[in-house]
Design a protein around this ligand. Sequence first.
Ligand code: NAD
Length: 429
Amino acid sequence: MASNGAYNAFEMARAQFDHIADLIGLDEGARAFLRTPQREFHFTIPVHMDDGTVQVFQGFRCQHNDARGPSKGGIRFHPQETIDTVRALSMWMTWKCAVVDIPLGGGKGGVICDPHNLSMREQEQICRGFARQLARNIGPVLDVPAPDVMTNAQHMLWMMDEFEEIQGGHFPGVITGKPVGMGGSLGRTEATGYGVVYTIREALKELNIRPNDTVAGVQGFGNVAQYAIELYTQMGGKVISVSCWDQKDQCAYVFRKMDGIDLPQLQSITDRFGGIDQAKAKDLGYEVLPGDVWIDQDVDILIPSALENSITAENVEKISKRVKIIAEGANGPTTPDADKVIHERGIHVIPDFLANAGGVTCSYFEQVQSNMNYFWEKDEVLGKLDVKMTAAYSAVSELARKQNMYMRDAAYVVSINRVAEACRQRGWI
Ligand code: NAD
């Protein structure tokens, strides 16, 4: 933990890695190699601002490990971006790509900036500057960026365009998260939420529970949450509560209907940031409750799909005795001390980097389609996604069962073993 009490993401990522390295008796050479990104780039991006001044932005890109294939991971635009956050996220991407067994390594990038205070032209200059600085170090066979916090399909297209200008050709496989029709993949919007539910379906089979007999509570109502709810209800499950952040009140609220929420109805009163209109929800018969009660609902499955550090030492005891599965749609929703309690209670956890790996898996599909310049139908994309997610879940749960191991540990063991083995086979370690 940092001196101000906040978690340093890179220290946390390393502590998780060290714990698993101890568990599997990883040799010293492999530990030393995998604890640190293979490469990191620090660079400046000068921008001629709209007011005539020049402002210099700081950019980073980390390639944690590319033994299994080109590095893959998003680019964040954030005023509080730090190199340690980027390092940690790149390491987590290595494990995420490995657990779902796609031939990619882990990378991540960031620029210290706040898009809220930048015009579109200024943002375009940052994107082009980012691509110029990294033109020799990214590419379809090197490192493939994607959108992340406060970056979107437009940013990706500007970066791709600048890269192609420099390289002199079309290389849509250099970046993912592009719009459909410009090299993007069908199914990407649904991929993360659907992927979460493919793993829930497999967990229910393993626990011998019929989806129709289950009730779920969801934290969040954004991209991941909405598509998870769509597929879970199609499968026969019932969602009784969702939550969202209220921009005006600067706090979260839970929206609950005991006989099951109506997804299209709630979507019709939700803004593009996943915020639900309270007054309209009340008119439609929803109870509007304080945001922190999402965790103590009387449900079988909890799906935290909002943001990190949502399940903490302070609220973990509130999880209902009925909860059998926690499927982590969000990244890092559970703090390490809360995780200990969940482990002791024997709740079946589908850890974040397994549960939400549908996003990166579909990005991999986008890259494959872009490299071929041939695009699949949506059903084909989602069918392939299901196969990958199901296989990933099985590999982890089988290890957990055989070795009587916690699901989160088992997922790390699968990933770290795969990456270490690739490094060994290449003769690196
Ligand atoms: P989003 O911005 O579309 O939605 C976030 C939702 O969470 C919104 O409904 C927002 O109102 C709600 N929220 C924010 N703060 C909250 C709070 N304190 N309490 C309750 N609700 C709150 O984001 P998303 O794309 O759905 O991503 C959600 C999580 O999933 C993030 O952790 C993200 O990193 C992770 N994730 C997303 C993807 C993806 O493909 N979208 C892939 C992997 C992981």
